[in-house]
Design a protein around this ligand. Structure first.
Ligand code: SAH
Length: 365
């Protein structure tokens, strides 16, 4: 059964239709229905994706009498920033968004010397129920629409372009689907969002596919669907344990698709795309950070096109778990490297603003 059927989201009112939900053909059809010339669709898209402008009142190349009509039909406001929180001297900025129906979700902007990464949400809440993750604790509220995913990028890109973020004017180079939600459980909307993010202007935002990372708990049928899309995006698999016994607990969907099946799918992805798969592994003190688990992980990954990202656990409020001791972390890295596996420790950007795991939205609710 396709993943999006088995993990069906609760039924809720749909977000308003937005330009970013539509392919260029669909945009032309809507514009024509509104009694406008088809080329107006391209003008609107040029403003939205090219100039990051959503306010049709400022689109002076559109006929004055058509601006409001086109705006309400194709560029309705989707997201209201509830607040921005910054840390790392402003180089990390987290935004809490409210959608039309009041649901809350987050994006996190991270500026580095060589790149600018935006971490986006694909769902309000999450149905995967991983016990160490703040988002998982409240379940899934609903899927985000393609427009709601893309508009996180456009709104932040606009702030960056206008110099409203510390560090001066800039552009987003990388997008990671590591905010709230399981992207592959909202497959069609996420895939359309990836196309909008990566298609050249005015089809989309023109960010390189190679700069986009889709992170998943390991929904195997959806990984295979993604392979068939023939994209160049990076796949990240949240493994967190090399053995089924522990992974059943840390990533409950493992009871459906076991470690071996998930890794097989990852190797198919690497084989087809030629891209190194990222394995995400949150290091949790005395839970998954033992030397024998490092060796087992090293054996499973050795010889494959893979890179391991170790993430020091960012403890959620009230959690009985915490990050690994520095010496255990070092030993874990050493053993993976001894197996010839490439590994880095994820920098803990935004920890003081709960950047890693949906805690802000959780606090707000
Ligand atoms: N659902 C997707 C993407 C969202 S989470 C996935 O699971 O991959 C992005 C990454 O953050 C995942 O690897 C997730 O396991 C990890 N994560 C969640 N909560 C965390 C925490 N408290 N500390 C460290 N990493 C966490």
């Amino acid at each position: 059964m396709p993943a999006e059927l088995t993990f069906a989201a609760p039924r809720r009112a749909k977000p308003p239709r937005h330009l970013a939900d539509l392919s260029p053909d669909e945009r032309r059809a809507v514009v024509t229905e509104l009694g406008e010339k088809p080329f107006r669709a391209k003008q609107l898209a040029q403003h939205y994706f090219g100039h990051l402008e959503s306010d049709t009142a400022k689109m002076t190349d559109l006929p004055a009498e058509a601006r409001e009509r086109l705006g309400s039909a194709l560029l309705p406001p989707l997201l209201t920033p509830v607040r921005h929180i910054t840390c790392d001297d402003g180089m990390t900025r987290k935004t809490l968004w409210r959608a039309f129906d009041g649901v809350l979700f987050e994006s996190v902007l991270m500026r580095y010397p060589d790149r600018v990464t935006l971490c986006v949400s694909s769902q309000a809440g999450c149905g995967m129920n991983c016990p160490f993750c703040a988002t998982g604790q409240n379940g899934l509220t609903r899927n985000l629409s393609t427009g709601e995913i893309v508009d996180q990028v456009v709104a932040v890109a606009r702030d960056l372009a206008r110099g409203e973020v510390a560090g001066g004017p800039g552009r987003i180079s990388n997008i990671v689907f590591m905010g709230m939600g399981e992207p592959l459980a909202n497959y069609r909307r996420v895939l359309d969002a990836v196309r909008r993010i990566t298609d050249p202007v005015p089809g989309g935002l023109g960010i390189s596919q190679r700069g986009v990372t889709v992170s998943t708990v390991g929904l195997v049928p959806a990984i295979d669907k993604l392979i068939a899309e023939r994209l160049q995006v990076r796949l990240a698999v949240s493994l967190h344990a090399p053995d089924d016994e522990l992974r059943d607990e840390l990533v409950p969907v493992n009871t459906r698709w076991k470690v071996a099946e998930v890794l097989d799918a990852a190797w198919r992805y690497a084989g087809t795309t030629g891209r190194r798969v990222s394995i995400e592994y949150a290091l949790i003190r005395d839970i998954n950070d033992q030397a024998w688990r490092a060796d087992l992980l090293g054996e499973l990954l050795a010889g494959h096109l893979v890179h391991v990202n170790l993430i020091p656990l960012n403890p959620t409020p009230g959690s009985k778990w915490t990050a690994s001791r520095p010496e255990d972390e070092r030993e874990f890295v050493r053993r993976l490297r001894a197996h010839g596996v490439s590994v880095t420790i994820r920098d803990t950007r935004g920890q003081e603003i709960d950047g890693a795991c949906g805690q802000l939205a959780a606090a707000e609710q």
